[in-house]
Design a binder for this molecule. Structure first.
Ligand code: FAD
Length: 501
């Protein structure tokens, strides 16, 4: 293998990874300044094959309509909705961006990646019903959730999601909410479309089957990137003014090689996902909803069970899950050594702290991993009383690497959100974590752009351009209710979402 030390080419930005995050950043930057020279490097033989692949995630457009973990009950018995408002606002930015792409004729058929699918929260038992009722009251007092419906009435619930109500004792105590503004997203298709736009309109193809091995400070331009062609094993070096590590589960191992103080103490804990997917078309066609319920007491928030209509490659599907799996790999196409190699002196206390303070989570994972098909079917039968084992099959989803962070008191904490890590000068940024994920890619990339490219954003042109692309990119929607509603209606029309709000 021949190593070259002098850089072969120079870029304004090199993105590591061909998932939705790099695609969103590259496209937003090209729209602001088409002259920006960008290189995108992907180790696999196509884009969107890891977490962004359609079957590898749940395809929920996270708006906090149905996910109960975003509206906790505080010690005074009040429902806190601030997180829900934050999540809702973030997803609206994605919708505004997609509507702009349609307006600019860069995207033409939104139904290929975005569908109206009502979002429901459904609970059983007196205490849970009480909670849901209070949640509904708290949420509907905010204009973004004012169209949310609530019902305890079996007939109504049967209309909303017949598969769940069929063959159930009519005296069972249950309640549900419904938001018709809910969406399902084919993130895989969307990611591929972004890359097509980048290639066809902005002359920015993705370099496939190349792996970024290392990123070092450079004496000429900010960063020297070492990239290996995985077919020839030849190593090349590139110079970049900015680097974005959008490598999904591969971000942590790469960040650990970069000489910046901000990476200190970070670790990762991999949790894989699995779904039961329905093979019986008659059953699939009977359900048109996303129905989220409550996660078990020791279960992490991303394990909330849900029965979901999906539209995959234009075809309606039905999935139930997720079930957690454990693998020491950080990427689905990764190495079993990933977790062990990520343990370093600087993150050892955080990793140990997390293990020690999360024993119930470890117990939960062990229980999940030891489940067989019948055990999983029993969980599905909580939703669908008469689900038949032969109608369902297991499918392995993507790999999430949850963030482990340094913590003064506990040594380390396990987090279920997303962190943007950046050097002080913003020339290198990395994205760790996985939730709420692809839904918030546009919001997260605005943050990355602000850190990495203030010189492009802080001009009159940059600000105006971004306001056209994402009208509420820097404004609080709660202060502009009427204008927000108009923008939302306009975007829904362009995105061909159903007019049920
Ligand atoms: C089970 C599950 C369910 C989910 N459900 C939802 C949901 O319902 N809604 C939602 O919004 N989000 C969801 N998510 C989260 C969402 O899928 C992710 O947040 C999103 O896809 C991450 O995109 P990414 O571009 O960062 O990573 P990825 O799509 O994983 O892409 C990273 C890419 O980097 C490449 N790579 C890694 N290392 C290197 C290297 N050194 N050199 C070159 N290339 C490299 C990888 O091969 C990969 O293609 C879910 C995730 C999982 C796992």
């Amino acid at each position: 293998m021949k190593e070259m030390t002098s850089p072969e080419e120079t870029y304004d930005l090199i993105c590591v990874g061909g998932g939705i995050m790099s695609a969103t950043l590259a496209l937003m930057l090209k729209l602001i300044d088409p002259k920006t020279k960008i290189l995108i490097v992907e180790r696999l033989n196509d884009v969107a094959l890891e977490s962004s692949a359609t079957w590898n995630n749940a395809g929920t457009g996270h708006s906090a309509f149905c996910e109960l973990n975003y509206t906790p009950e505080n010690s005074k018995g009040e429902i806190e909705v601030s997180k829900a408002i934050e999540i809702f606002t973030q997803f609206e930015k994605s919708k505004e961006f997609w509507a702009y792409l349609i307006q600019q004729k860069l995207l033409d058929s939104p139904k290929d990646f975005l569908r109206s699918v009502p979002h429901h929260s459904w609970v059983e038992g007196k205490d849970n019903v009480e909670y849901l009722k209070k949640r509904h009251q708290a949420m509907t007092s905010h204009f973004m959730f004012e169209t949310m419906k609530y019902s305890e009435e079996v007939g109504t619930l049967k209309q909303w999601f017949p598969l769940i109500i069929e063959n159930r004792d009519p005296n069972e105590v249950m309640a549900a909410t419904r938001m018709e503004l809910g969406t399902g997203v084919d993130f895989g298709n969307l990611t591929e479309t972004y890359y097509r736009i980048l290639e066809q309109h902005f002359d920015t193809p993705v370099v496939l089957e190349h792996e970024v091995l290392d990123i070092d400070p450079d004496k000429n331009i900010e960063w020297l990137i070492k990239i290996q062609d995985l077919n020839t094993e030849k190593v090349k070096h590139y110079d970049a003014k900015h680097v974005f590590i959008g490598a999904g589960g591969g971000a942590l191992p790469l960040l650990q090689k970069v000489e910046i103080d901000e990476k200190e103490g970070y670790g990762g804990f991999p949790v894989s996902g699995q779904w039961l997917y329905c093979k019986n078309r008659a059953i699939i066609d009977k359900h048109h909803a996303k129905v989220y319920s409550k996660a078990g007491p020791d279960a992490p928030p991303m394990s909330t069970p849900h029965l979901d209509t999906r539209h995959i490659n234009g075809k309606q599907e039905l999935l139930f899950g997720p079930f957690a799996g454990f693998s020491t790999k950080f990427l689905k196409e990764g190495s079993f050594l990933d977790l062990f190699k990520s343990i370093r002196l600087d993150n050892l206390p955080s990793m140990w702290g997390v293990f020690w303070h999360n024993l119930p989570l470890t117990k939960y994972l062990i229980k999940q991993v030891s489940m067989d098909h019948e055990d999983r079917m029993e969980e599905l039968r909580v939703f669908m009383k008469d689900a038949k084992s032969e109608d369902w099959e297991l499918r392995v989803a993507g790999q999430r690497v949850q963030i482990i962070k340094k913590d003064e008191d506990e040594g380390g904490t396990l987090e279920f959100g997303t962190d943007v890590i950046h050097s002080k000068d913003g020339t290198i940024t990395a994205l760790l974590g996985a939730s709420p994920g692809a839904s918030t890619a546009v919001h997260i990339m605005i943050e990355v752009l602000q850190q990495a490219f203030p010189e492009k954003l802080n001009t009159k042109h940059g600000q105006e351009k971004l306001s056209k692309m994402i009208p509420f990119w820097n404004r609080d929607i709660t202060e502009f209710e009427d204008e927000f509603k108009q923008v939302q209606k306009y975007c829904s029309e362009l995105l061909e979402l159903e007019e049920n709000h």
